[in-house]
Design a protein around this ligand. Structure first.
Ligand code: RIB
Ligand code: CA
Length: 311
C-alpha cells in the first residue's frame, strides 16, 4: 500500500520520544518531517531530543524544524517534574549528527502541505502554537491538509487542572484556532489516552525484545511511570504513542463527531476543551473526539512495532 505523508509536531519529552519510535513502522503513514515546539521542556531541548530520537530510530534523514519557544499569549508552562531536566528522563543519547533546518516550523508545515495537497496528516502531540501560527500566516493551509490529529484535551477532566490537559492548557488560544480552522480535527484526549496505558511489567517485556530502541523505550518511560503509580493508575498512559497509532489506523478506536471549543478566559477552566458529545444543538460539530479503544489491539500494535527494531 502506498503510504500517505505525515508530519509530527512535538514537544519531545518522554512519550513523544516513544511516539517517534513508532513512526518508523506504521502501516498507512510515512513520516516526512518533524516540527518542534516548547512544551514539556524548552524548545531548544525538544528540538535536540527530536533529532536524537530520530537518529536512534534510524530516521536521521527526516528533517526537523524548530518552532515556537512560547505560547501565543500567557506564560510558558513546562513539565520538567515529569519529563526530567532534559526531557528524556535525563537519559543522555549521543549528540545529534545534524541540526534543525533553517526554516521555522510554521513555514515548514505549510511547505509540506503544499507539496501534497489533501494528503498530509499533521499529528500534533504538544502545544498547538506552531499549527496556530501556520494557520494565521497561510489562510489556505486548512484546505491543503487531509486531517489534523492531536493529542490534547479531554471531554471530561484534565491533568494540569481539573479542567485542562497539558497541551491545551499550555496554549489555549492556539488550540481554539486549530479547532475552528476548518480542517478535519481529531482529538485524542485523556478520554482515550488514559485507557491506552502500559504496565510496568509490559514495559519490561518491551525492553526484553532486546533492541537498543526497545530498551530506551522502557527506560525513558520510568520517570513518568513512577508519577502515574503515585496516582494508583494501572500503568503509564501512552498519550503521544497512541495518538500516532490512531492516525495510522483508527479501526480499533471509538470516534464521535462532536462540538469542541477551548475556554481561554475562565479563571478555573482556562484550557478546557468544552466538548458537546451528545446534543447536536448547542455547538456546531466541528471536530471528532476519540473516546475509547480496544486495549488488546493497542497492546499488540505496540509490541509488533517495537519488535521490528530487532529484526
Ligand atoms: O497531557 C499529556 C501531553 O502533554 C503529552 O503530549 C505529553 O508529552 C505532554 O506534551
Ligand atoms: Ca507531547
Amino acid at each position: 500500500m502506498n503510504k500517505l505523508p505525515m508530519l509530527l509536531d512535538c514537544d519531545t519529552g518522554v512519550d513523544d520520544a516513544v511516539a517517534i519510535l513508532f513512526t518508523k513502522y506504521l502501516n498507512t503513514l510515512e513520516l516526512v518531517a518533524a516540527t518542534t515546539v516548547a512544551g514539556n521542556v524548552e524548545v531548544e531541548h525538544t528540538t535536540r531530543n527530536t533529532l536524537q530520537v530520530l537518529e536512534l530510530a534510524g530516521m536521521g534523514h527526516v528533517p526537523v524544524y524548530m518552532g515556537a519557544d512560547k505560547p501565543l499569549l500567557g506564560e510558558t508552562v513546562t513539565a520538567h517534574h515529569i519529563h526530567g531536566m532534559n526531557g528524556l528522563n535525563d537519559i543522555e543519547l549521543p549528540l545529534p549528527k545534524r541540526a534543525a533546518e533553517a526554516m521555522p516550523a510554521w513555514d515548514a508545515i505549510y511547505e509540506f502541505a503544499k507539496k501534497t495537497p489533501g494528503q498530509l496528516t499533521v499529528v500534533a502531540v504538544g502545544p498547538l502554537t506552531n499549527l496556530a501560527l501556520a494557520i494565521a500566516k497561510y489562510k489556505e493551509l486548512p484546505g491543503l491538509l487531509k486531517r489534523i490529529v492531536i493529542m490534547g484535551g479531554a471531554a471530561v477532566g484534565g491533568n494540569v487542572t481539573p479542567a485542562a490537559e497539558f497541551n491545551i492548557y499550555a496554549d489555549p488560544e492556539a488550540a481554539d484556532m486549530v479547532f475552528t480552522c476548518g480542517a478535519p480535527v481529531y482529538m485524542c484526549g485523556l478520554d482515550v489516552t488514559m485507557r491506552a496505558y502500559v504496565t510496568a511489567q509490559e514495559l519490561d517485556e518491551i525492553a526484553a525484545l532486546g533492541s537498543k530502541q526497545a530498551v530506551f523505550a522502557r527506560d525513558v518511560m520510568q520517570g513518568i511511570l513512577q508519577f502515574y503509580c503515585t496516582y494508583k493508575l494501572g500503568g503509564v498512559a501512552f498519550h503521544d504513542p497512541v495518538t500516532v497509532l490512531y492516525a495510522d489506523d483508527d479501526s480499533y478506536f471509538q470516534t464521535d463527531h462532536a462540538g469542541v471549543r477551548v475556554e481561554t478566559k475562565g479563571k478555573l477552566t482556562r484550557g478546557k476543551t468544552v466538548t458537546d458529545l451528545y446534543s447536536d444543538k448547542q455547538m456546531e460539530h466541528n471536530a471528532y473526539v476519540v473516546t475509547n479503544l480496544d486495549r488488546e489491539v493497542f497492546k499488540r500494535r505496540v509490541f509488533e512495532i517495537m519488535a521490528q527494531y530487532g529484526e
